[in-house]
Design a binder for this molecule. Structure first.
Ligand code: SAH
Length: 345
């Protein structure tokens, strides 16, 4: 049986045609599943009994098991979910001025091995199915009893390393009869899989793109992000240029400030040179320290100085505020804590 939560409208249409049903029923199914949030096809009143039986034999409504739910003083909530195969993933829900935003995980573990990141300490075991990503949104919204209006694909995993399922996920949560999360309210973040950035530029949904750059040159990026060995910073910038030209959309550049590594004024000037003339927005991120890693958060003064250089050089920039620090909302921390607990038990 397959999860109903992994089916896009097109996939449902194909299924319906194969079973001699009218393709317009795809919309009805989506409405029942996401608007009415039915738990069984028996609840669908506008579909004939025999077809309901068919649907019941082909699709499941299985959900994720919530094994931990923490709430931070600032309203950030963190969920630890167990998948059907026993693997654990985490999902974060943030309360913003503009609504509720959910940060989803796309893979069990991650192979990118960024040196500062807790997620990379666990090798990738598998991709998440589209349904498992969709369910994070559905369940976080339900458990917190809020409507999720924004989504960021910035949890554990490299979304462009699980490209097809992530694209399916976008189509499913964006559907106007379903969760109806606007494409402009969704942001996907990649460490820079260059061929996928080109492919993504040609994708028709207007989902926002963020790039984890974290360094102004190859020398520094090589040290902290192994992906830079495969795709040099110049190739990455070319791909970003192509994306901007093709889509006419602004790209977010993420830059974690790591003490003594990439946070000097010289680095800021180098970054300004690299990004000069590009339609980008730089998000400076205070590093969440990870116990097992040697990296430290930059001093406040250095962060402000870095910010000031970029501002002076007329780069669009913001220094991101932190959320959920008291509940280990930094990437991978809750999951790894739990695994340690379970390993010790
Ligand atoms: N693999 C994707 C998405 C997941 S990480 C990517 O690399 O973009 C989401 C963002 O959090 C990335 O910019 C990542 O570099 C950053 N990040 C990872 N560990 C962090 C930490 N300890 N503190 C602050 N940001 C971190």
């Amino acid at each position: 049986m397959e999860s109903i939560y992994g089916y896009t409208e097109d996939m449902l249409k194909d299924y319906l045609t194969e079973h001699g049903e009218k393709p317009f029923r795809a919309k009805q199914i989506i409405e029942w599943v996401y608007r009415h949030q039915i738990k069984s096809f028996d609840e669908m009143t506008n579909v004939k009994k025999s077809f309901i039986e068919q649907l019941k034999s082909d699709f499941s409504f299985d959900e994720l098991e919530c094994v931990d739910h923490q709430i931070s003083f600032d309203g950030t909530q963190k969920f630890l979910f167990r998948l059907a195969d026993g693997n654990l993933i985490e999902t974060v829900l943030m309360s913003q001025e503009y609504g509720y935003s959910v940060c989803v995980t796309t893979e069990v573990g991650c192979n990118m091995n960024c040196q500062f990141c807790a997620s990379g300490m666990k090798k990738k075991l598998r991709n998440l199915e589209a349904s498992e990503i969709v369910l994070q949104i559905l369940m976080a919204g339900r458990l917190a009893n809020v409507r999720v209006s924004h989504v960021v694909v910035m949890g554990i995993g490299e979304p462009f390393d699980n490209y097809d399922n992530v694209i399916k996920f976008f189509k499913i949560i964006n559907h106007p009869l379903g969760l109806e999360i606007g494409a402009r309210h969704i942001t996907v973040s990649t460490c820079g899989l260059v061929p996928k950035i080109y492919e993504y530029a040609d994708f028709d949904l207007q989902v926002n793109l963020a790039i984890s750059l974290h360094a102004p040159n190859n020398e520094i990026r090589d040290k902290i992000m192994p992906i830079n060995k495969a795709y040099r910073i110049e190739e990455l910038i070319e791909a970003i240029k192509y994306y901007i030209e093709k889509t006419n959309r602004r790209v977010t550049i993420e830059y974690i400030l790591l003490k003594g590594i990439n946070d000097s004024k010289e680095n800021a000037n180098e970054l300004a040179n690299l990004l000069h003339g590009l339609n980008v927005y730089v998000n400076l991120i205070p590093y969440n320290e990870v116990k097992e890693k040697p990296y430290k958060r930059s001093e406040k003064d250095d962060m402000v100085a870095f910010f000031d250089v970029l501002k002076k050089r007329r780069i669009n920039v913001q220094l991101r505020k932190e959320q959920g620090g008291d509940i280990d909302a930094a990437c991978g921390q809750l999951r790894s804590k739990h695994m340690n607990k379970e390993n010790k038990a």
